[in-house]
Design a protein around this ligand. Structure first.
Ligand code: HEM
Length: 385
C-alpha cells in the first residue's frame, strides 16, 4: 500500500482527507514519503561506490540525450524501421544485408516524400547515427542493470531501499518504449514524429537523469531523514520553483524542436517584425499545437526561469551555507544567462546545429543544478541550518 503523507505548516482538517485534496492546499509543504510495501523510495544508506556508479550513469544518460538531439537535427531518427531489442544490436554486415535494410527504408514516407534521391552511402550515414544512438541506449541499460543487481546481491543497496533503483530501471524501459512509439509514429503517412512524443521522450530521459543525480548527490552529501517533517527554507522554496519552471521551459523547448518552430522566425526580440505578433493566443489549443505560439512562449518564459534562479541566489546568499553552495549559485545564474544567449543565437542562426546542441546540453546542466540545489538545501533544511 502507498503511504503518501504530505505535511502542512499548521495542521488542518484536510490532513485526514485523500492525498489529492492535500495537494491542492495552497500552503502545502510537500514531503512525500513513499513506502510501497517492502520498498522505501527515500534511501538512507550512503555508499561511495554506488555514488560513483550513479554519477557515471547520469553522465552517460546526459551524453545520450545530447546525442538524441544530434539524431533529430541530422534527421536520422527514422532510418531504422524495425525495433528488435536483441538482434537489432547487430548492424548489416554484408552488401546484400545493406541492400535489404535500404529496401525497407525505401518504403517509408520519409524516403518517398523527402529523401527519394538518397543513395546507399547517404543512407548508411543516417543509419549509423541512429544505430549508435540505439546501441548506446542498450549499453546504458546494461551499465545500469548489472551493477544494480551486484549492489543488491552484496547488500550495498539494502533491499528495502530498492524502490528508487527499481523506479529508475522502469523509467529506462519506459524510455525505450517511448522512443520506439515516437519512431513508429513517423513511419506511417507523415514522415515526422509527433512533437508530444518527442517531448515525452525528452522528459522521460530527464526524469531518469534527475533521479540518478538526486540519488548520487544523496550518496555524496547524505539523504534527508525520510520520516521527519522538514520546514522549507525560502532558498529551497525558490529552488523548487526554479525546477518546476525549468521543466515547463524544457517541455516548450522539446515542442519547439519537435515542430521545428525555431525556423518560423530568425529575428529576436521581434518576431515577424512585432514584439507580440497577432493571433498567437486566439485559441487555447495554440499553446500546444501552433509552432509560432509555442516558440513565442519558449522565447519569453526563459526570463521567469532567470528570475527564479535569481530568487535562489538572493535567498541562499543570506544563509550561512557552505562555500561550495555559495559558489554554485554563481554557476546557476551564469548558466541560465548563457542558456538564454544560446537560445537567442540559435534563433538568429536559423537553428545552427552546433548552437542547438549546445543549447540542449546547457538545458541538461541547468536541470542538474536544480537537482543539486534542491537536494542540498533540503538536507540543510532537515538539519535546520
Ligand atoms: C532557461 C532557458 C531555456 C531553456 C532551459 C531551454 C531549453 C530548451 C530545450 C530543452 C530545447 C529542446 C532541445 C531538443 O529537444 O533538441 C530547446 C530548443 C530550442 N530553444 Fe530553448 N531554452 C531556453 C531558452 C531559450 C531562449 C531564450 C530561446 C530564444 C530566444 C530559445 C530558443 C530555442 C529554439 C529555437 C529551440 C529549437 C532548437 C532546435 O530545433 O533544435 N530557448 N530549448
Amino acid at each position: 500500500m502507498a503511504d503518501l503523507s504530505i505535511s502542512f505548516p499548521n495542521s488542518t482538517p484536510f490532513e485526514s482527507v485523500a492525498p489529492l485534496i492535500n495537494l491542492l492546499h495552497a500552503n502545502a509543504i510537500i514531503s512525500l514519503n513513499f513506502n510501497f510495501g517492502v520498498f522505501h523510495y527515500m534511501p538512507q544508506t550512503q555508499n561511495r561506490a554506488v555514488m560513483k556508479w550513479l554519477f557515471i550513469f547520469a553522465s552517460i544518460v546526459a551524453f545520450l540525450i545530447v546525442f538524441g538531439g544530434f539524431v533529430r537535427l541530422t534527421r536520422s531518427g527514422l532510418s531504422i524501421v524495425e525495433w528488435n531489442p536483441i538482434s537489432g544490436s547487430v548492424p548489416p554486415l554484408s552488401h546484400s544485408a545493406w541492400q535489404e535494410e535500404f529496401a525497407k527504408y525505401q518504403k517509408t514516407p520519409e524516403f518517398l516524400k523527402i529523401n527519394f534521391n538518397m543513395d546507399l552511402s547517404e543512407y548508411q550515414y543516417i543509419f549509423w547515427i541512429e544505430w549508435i544512438h540505439r546501441f548506446l541506449a542498450r549499453l546504458i541499460g546494461l551499465f545500469y542493470a548489472i551493477p544494480v543487481f551486484y549492489f543488491l546481491f552484496k547488500k550495498t543497496i539494502p533491499w528495502k531501499e530498492f524502490g528508487i533503483y527499481f523506479t529508475m530501471g522502469m523509467l529506462f524501459i519506459a524510455q525505450a518504449f517511448a522512443g520506439w512509439i515516437m519512431v513508429a509514429s513517423g513511419l506511417v503517412d507523415r514522415p515526422a514524429v509527433s512533437h508530444f512524443n518527442l517531448t515525452i521522450h525528452l522528459l522521460l530521459a530527464l526524469t531518469l537523469l534527475s533521479l540518478a543525480l538526486w540519488t548520487a548527490f544523496g550518496h555524496k552529501y547524505g539523504f534527508a531523514p525520510a520520516n521527519k517533517k522538514v520546514r522549507w527554507s525560502p532558498a529551497s522554496k525558490f529552488a523548487l520553483v526554479y525546477f518546476v519552471l525549468l521543466v515547463v521551459q524544457i517541455s516548450y523547448g522539446g515542442m519547439t524542436a519537435g515542430l521545428k518552430a525555431g525556423h518560423v522566425s530568425d529575428s529576436w526580440p521581434l518576431m515577424f517584425g512585432k514584439l507580440i505578433p497577432p493571433n498567437l493566443f486566439n485559441s487555447f489549443i495554440n499553446i500546444f499545437e501552433t509552432p509560432q505560439t509555442i516558440v513565442f512562449i519558449h522565447r519569453w518564459f526563459a526570463w521567469l526561469v532567470l528570475f527564479a534562479a535569481a530568487g535562489v541566489f538572493v535567498a541562499a546568499r543570506k544563509q550561512k551555507y557552505f562555500s561550495d553552495i555559495k559558489s554554485g549559485l554563481y554557476w546557476l545564474l551564469g548558466a541560465v544567462a548563457i542558456q538564454i544567449m544560446l537560445g537567442i543565437f540559435t534563433i538568429l542562426s536559423f537553428v545552427h546545429i552546433a548552437l542547438a546542441l549546445l543549447h540542449q546540453a546547457t538545458a541538461i546542466g541547468l536541470l542538474a543544478l536544480g537537482v543539486y540545489f534542491i537536494q542540498r538545501l533540503r538536507l540543510l533544511d532537515s538539519k535546520e541550518i
